[in-house]
Write a protein that binds this ligand. Structure first.
Ligand SMILES: *[C@@H]1O[C@H](CO)[C@@H](O)[C@H](O)[C@H]1NC(C)=O
Ligand SMILES: *[C@@H]1O[C@H](CO)[C@@H](O)[C@H](O)[C@H]1NC(C)=O
Ligand SMILES: *[C@@H]1O[C@H](CO)[C@@H](O)[C@H](O)[C@H]1NC(C)=O
Length: 296
């Protein structure tokens, strides 16, 4: 499988829901023990076969649609009530990753090679043309955007070198729409992947794929500007993350296969995801341990 596929295809390989109140720090407490629904059959498949390598999905309740972007450059939405997939806007890109939908109904999207873009009914606007390997983005109620750069050293095609080197080249950044300026809030993430805002917008959660953990960067209060660990020892590498209506989070975990690739005398342990061309929407009740077993 091409390395790029790893980044593009990790859409909810399986999901795990956990709650941040009370805060959890061990994987044991993250695993649901619910018996009522414990298989991949409980996941609803949407748009099967119609979307090519979706990276992220963003829910717009107002329009009753799910948005996604695919590696052929299409920003698409899936109308839930009649299960219609609409090709909305096309971007000249094969490197689209995470996206978010704004209050106005626009889409902000990370292009891992070309920067951060805003897609509106009128067309595509550049927000930040300089940023590279932007992976995921979330918008705050005041229009501020928080986004991740997975690696400041490696390109998406070389993501595995980032993993092999094992140094933290990931960043959390902020884009201010009033000044059209990007600032780095925090550096030092081991592959910064998905990003989500808490319900009260008092912190952002950043998924740190190579460390199997999520970190929390505070935006308000006494801890404003500081970083701590939100969840660790996850049963897979966290990829995308989304806030659930009840304030908990959905996290897509990268399915883990340990491959030993010997190159230049270096043994690299790689985790690769299953290849999905389907949008999966989890119900959050499945035991991740069982899903891991079923996916092997
Ligand atoms: C699905 O519903 C939308 C409105 O929500 C409508 O515009 C569209 O034509 C419908 N598509 C089909 C195939 O019925
Ligand atoms: C923001 O600034 C960049 C230059 O860094 C420019 O290319 C872009 O067009 C600006 N976008 C907006 C929406 O002003
Ligand atoms: C948090 O700190 C930043 C600077 O690090 C500051 O700009 C911001 O206003 C602070 N926010 C609150 C709510 O205190």
């Amino acid at each position: 499988m091409a390395p790029k596929s790893f980044l593009l295809a990790c859409l909810l390989a399986f999901t795990l829901q956990f709650f941040f109140s009370p805060p959890v720090s061990s994987s044991a407490s993250l695993l649901s023990t619910s018996k009522e629904s414990s298989s991949m059959k409980d996941l609803i498949k949407l748009g099967e076969g119609c979307v090519s390598h979706p990276e992220d999905v963003s829910v717009v309740v107002r329009k009753g649609a799910l948005y996604t972007a695919t590696n052929d450059g299409w920003v698409k939405y899936f109308i839930l009530h009649n299960e219609t997939l609409v090709n909305w806007k096309h971007i000249d890109s094969q490197s689209l990753l995470g996206l978010t939908t704004t209050k106005e109904g626009d889409v902000v999207i990370c292009d891992s090679k070309k920067g951060l873009f805003k897609v509106t009914e009128e067309g595509v606007k550049v927000l930040d043309p300089d940023v590279r390997f932007a992976n995921d983005v979330i918008d705050a109620s005041d229009g501020t955007l928080y986004f991740t750069v997975s690696s400041t050293k490696y390109t998406p095609a070389d993501f595995y070198k980032d993993m092999a080197e094992g140094n933290p080249y990931g960043q959390l950044l902020k884009y201010d729409p009033k000044s059209n300026q990007t600032t780095v809030l925090q550096e030092g993430f081991y592959f910064a992947n998905g990003v989500a805002l808490s319900k009260d917008e008092d912190f952002v959660v950043v998924c740190e794929s190579w460390k199997f953990r999520c970190r929390r960067y505070w935006l308000k209060g006494d801890r404003n500007g500081t970083l701590d660990t939100f969840a660790e020892n996850l049963p897979g590498g966290p990829d995308n993350i989304n806030l659930a209506p009840d304030g908990s989070f959905w996290i897509a975990l990268i399915k883990v296969y340990m491959l030993h690739i010997v190159s230049k005398g270096l043994i690299v342990h790689m985790s690769l995801s299953g290849f999905q061309t389907t949008l999966l929407l989890g119900n959050g009740h499945s035991s991740s341990e069982e899903l891991v077993r079923q996916n092997k």
